[in-house]
Design a protein around this ligand. Sequence first.
Ligand SMILES: NC(=O)c1ccc[n+]([C@@H]2O[C@H](COP(=O)([O-])OP(=O)(O)OC[C@H]3O[C@@H](n4cnc5c(N)ncnc54)[C@H](OP(=O)(O)O)[C@@H]3O)[C@@H](O)[C@H]2O)c1
Length: 200
Amino acid sequence: MSLSVNNAGLLEHNRVTTSEGFELNFAVNVLGTYAMTELMLPLLEKATPDARVITVSSGGMYTTPLTKDLQFSDGNFNGVEQYGRNKRVQVALTEKWADINKNKGIGFYSMHPGWAETPGVAKSLPSFSKALSGKLRTNEQGADTVIWLALQPKEKLVSGAFYFDRAEAPKHLLFAATSRSHTEIDSIYDTLSSLSRTSA
Ligand SMILES: NC(=O)c1ccc[n+]([C@@H]2O[C@H](COP(=O)([O-])OP(=O)(O)OC[C@H]3O[C@@H](n4cnc5c(N)ncnc54)[C@H](OP(=O)(O)O)[C@@H]3O)[C@@H](O)[C@H]2O)c1
């Protein structure tokens, strides 16, 4: 079995740019996920039929539709909103990868780990972390569905789906009006390809 897990992520409240000029949340949460996965695809293909990509998204994505403003260039920057937008892109990218690679035997899954007491949450959401201290998930509980997705027989999983607590979960909340926005993923995919310069 060959497995790639996109777990690295952050929530930066200020509009910080990397040395390459990318907005930081976008660079780590989206462009990193895109580039790592695209670069891994040839290796994953060699490992089929049991090759998988698991992307750790977040329930924060429920609040926001997919937008082409990937680096939050328009309007007043809001790190929490940007994080939600990034996590929405990860869910839509997972669908896109599942679609374009459907004959290659690689499974693509996105997931929400639940709210866990991690250094990242303590740093980025200190009031939330303090208020819910002891009530949030442990690291092990947060990692549970990632491990489950890695070990389940592939026939029991749905490539392109979003998972929470060892089960497929909806990608859109009722009345949130986010589902139509996923049609933007083709142009976002092209933008990511050109920004990461991984295309031929
Ligand atoms: N904790 C939650 O409640 C929660 C809820 C929903 C989703 N998530 C998602 O779960 C994942 C893990 O988050 P966490 O809560 O465990 O956060 P965390 O404690 O801050 O861990 C984040 C991880 O990302 C890595 N990382 C951050 N920036 C990086 C960069 N520029 N380059 C390489 N690696 C980088 C960190 O590496 P270093 O340690 O080397 O910096 C660390 O291993 C994230 O994708 C997050 O969005 C978490």
